[in-house]
Design a protein around this ligand. Structure first.
Ligand SMILES: Cc1cc2nc3c(=O)[nH]c(=O)nc-3n(C[C@H](O)[C@H](O)[C@H](O)COP(=O)(O)O)c2cc1C
Length: 178
């Protein structure tokens, strides 16, 4: 089972990349590819650039990486209640190459932020929108107050949130095994 994971952010110290990476630690190492959105920086999407430049190679690569994955783990960073510009740009380009952007791949959809809502706004936006792009969302999870509830070595340290997360991982594994 191949897993493609990323934080939907281009921050060098992305807490969402940390959460997505943490989720991958519950799966076999050789199956995991963690990408950084900085490696997928492209011109800001516009229909004019699309007409004049065509599809950027990074967008084609991103789409191909999804096609090769068996499970997608995305952790959504929230900027002003919704997607980061970095993610939205990749999403827009990729959706032009493949409107079924997530290609019916099973998805674990996460979000975290330093605030008490834990990125619930962007999580809700993604949960509502992604199925229109053939996302097969198996589970969602939001981690509030990242800096309080997450330790770089231990992962999620708050007991009930940790248990909730572990239950979700178990559910994903059961689903993937069937
Ligand atoms: C432009 C901007 C807007 C933000 N808006 C929100 C927001 O609406 N809700 C929220 O919980 N955090 C917001 N934040 C704080 C982010 O959650 C925080 O920067 C977090 O680290 C982003 O995730 P990342 O580290 O994975 O990039 C915002 C941060 C920036 C820079």
């Amino acid at each position: 089972m191949k897993i493609l994971a990323f934080g939907a952010s281009n921050s060098a110290n992305s807490i969402n990349k940390k959460l997505a990476t943490y989720a991958t630690t519950f799966f076999d190492k050789e199956e995991i590819e963690i990408i950084d959105l900085n490696d997928f920086e492209m011109p800001l999407f516009s229909v004019d650039k699309e007409a004049s430049l065509g599809y950027p190679p990074e967008a084609i690569q991103f789409t191909e990486m999804i096609s090769k994955a068996d499970l997608l783990i995305l952790s959504m960073a929230e900027h002003n209640g919704t997607y980061t510009t970095a993610f939205k740009n990749i999403f827009d380009w990729a959706s032009r190459i493949q409107p079924k952007t997530f290609q019916n791949k099973p998805m674990l959809l996460l979000a975290t932020s330093p605030g008490v809502r834990g990125g619930k706004g962007v999580l809700e936006a993604a949960k509502t929108r992604f199925p229109f792009h053939a996302a097969n969302i198996l589970e969602t999870f939001s981690l509030p107050e990242f800096n309080k509830n997450f330790d770089n070595k231990e992962g999620i340290i708050e007991t009930s949130l940790r248990q909730q997360f572990l239950d979700i991982i178990t559910s994903i594994k059961t689903n993937m095994a069937n």
